[in-house]
Design a binder for this molecule. Structure first.
Ligand SMILES: Cc1ncc(COP(=O)(O)O)c(C=O)c1O
Length: 378
């Protein structure tokens, strides 16, 4: 058996993307900064990808800055804004951010920045009223994750963005998990900065983008030859960027049908698993969560099992799932996301996440249901 159900960690690169990346590596290896034909062909490839990525989020292509992935995009948003201030100011984030936001914010705190962490409810949702109350005269940036990686909860981004816009405060959202799984329309969303990553949409690892509203002042993180209009230096990874562009275009064309199909598979899994004793669903319900994402925590005295043991037992029979966030699954620490949502220590250690994608079939889901029932009830 070989069933991959960890699409939130990464997705398999699409064959069409692999074909394009190979073609670009073979035929368009010129440096986009060069003035000759070789360079010009590469520039055209990068610019075509920029249009395709911008189209996925209905944003201005001028606002797309290609980066090495979601982690760099998040760092560029935070440092790009905060480094403009000679004195520490005030920042607001949610209590359920990915470490690519939480870690740099920890450093900013050590540097003297005041930080407010917005609490979340039992479902992992931020209350927009809390944001309204938290904004101060010296708040320069708010960053709230679009869709939470461990529990799938989608935040009320439009409302949060509007509160920031009304208060004249910049708003960033980490949309790495949301991208390609739900419609994101920057023509209507009041968002100034948005992070995305190629490997979550079948585009290959090591490339992503930060969307920064055109004319927004951003200090570069990486200085050098002035690529990406001076906002991110370094010779562009032309092939990877081309692959990201194609993946974005394909994601856009199938987002509607895929999200319905995946929602049906998640519903089936959820209905079957919720009857297992001691299995408690985590995250928001139905349309307030990602369509491809279900998560539970398991707590049973009779079957002392942390999430990692469940992952290992599932892996032994050929099914790949995750214990909480893949990025932190190397260490036996309870999920901080679940703790702030009000789950206890034992529950937070027993968290599992199942995320589906393009290659997931109804048969995969039936086999997963039987396997989990067997592991958790015998
Ligand atoms: C919500 C979120 N933000 C950021 C990242 C980091 O993205 P990347 O792996 O492209 O650096 C991840 C990766 O899992 C994520 O889930």
């Amino acid at each position: 058996m070989s069933i991959y159900l960890d699409y939130a960690a990464t997705t398999p690169t699409r064959p069409e993307v692999i074909a394009l990346i190979t073609q670009v590596l073979e035929q368009q290896w010129g440096n986009p900064s060069s003035l000759h034909n070789w360079g010009e062909r590469s520039t055209m490839t990068v610019e075509r990808a920029r249009l395709r990525v911008a189209d996925l989020i209905n944003g201005d292509p001028e606002g797309i800055i290609f980066t090495s992935g979601g982690t760099e995009s998040n760092n560029l948003a935070l440092w790009g804004i905060t480094r403009q201030y000679s004195q520490p100011q005030h920042l607001i984030i949610s209590a359920v951010e990915h470490s690519a936001i939480a870690q740099p914010v920890k450093i900013l705190k050590e540097m003297g920045w005041a930080v407010t962490e917005l609490p979340v409810d039992r479902y992992g949702s931020v209350n927009p009223q809390d944001l309204k109350l938290a904004i101060q005269a010296n708040t320069v940036l708010v960053s709230v994750i679009y869709a939470q990686n461990e529990v799938g909860t989608v935040q009320p981004i439009a409302e949060l963005g509007k509160i920031c816009r009304d208060a004249n405060v910049l708003f960033h959202t980490d949309a790495v998990q949301a991208i390609g799984r739900m419609d994101i329309d920057l023509a209507t969303l009041p968002v100034d900065l948005l992070s995305i990553s190629s490997h979550k949409i079948y585009g290959g690892q090591g490339v992503g983008a930060l969307y920064a509203r055109p004319n927004l002042k951003l200090m570069p993180l990486i200085l050098g030859g002035g690529q990406e209009r001076g906002r991110r230096s370094g010779t562009e990874s032309v092939a990877a960027i081309a692959g990201f562009g194609l993946a974005a275009e394909l994601a856009k064309s199938e987002i509607g049908t895929e999200s319905l199909r995946l929602r049906a598979l998640s519903d089936r899994l959820f209905t079957e698993l919720k009857d297992i004793p001691s299995l408690v669903p985590t995250g928001a319900t139905h349309n307030l969560r990602l369509p491809n994402h279900i998560s539970f925590c398991y707590e049973s005295c009779a079957h002392a099992m942390d999430g990692r043991r469940i992952v290992r037992e599932m892996n032994a029979i050929g099914i790949g799932i995750s214990a909480g966030s893949a990025c932190s699954s190397g260490a036996l620490v309870p999920s901080s996301t679940l703790l702030v949502m009000g789950f206890n220590q034992a529950q937070a250690l027993g968290s599992i996440r199942i995320t589906m994608g393009l290659q997931t079939t109804p048969t995969d889901i039936e086999l997963t249901i039987s396997a989990l029932k067997k592991i958790l009830t015998t």
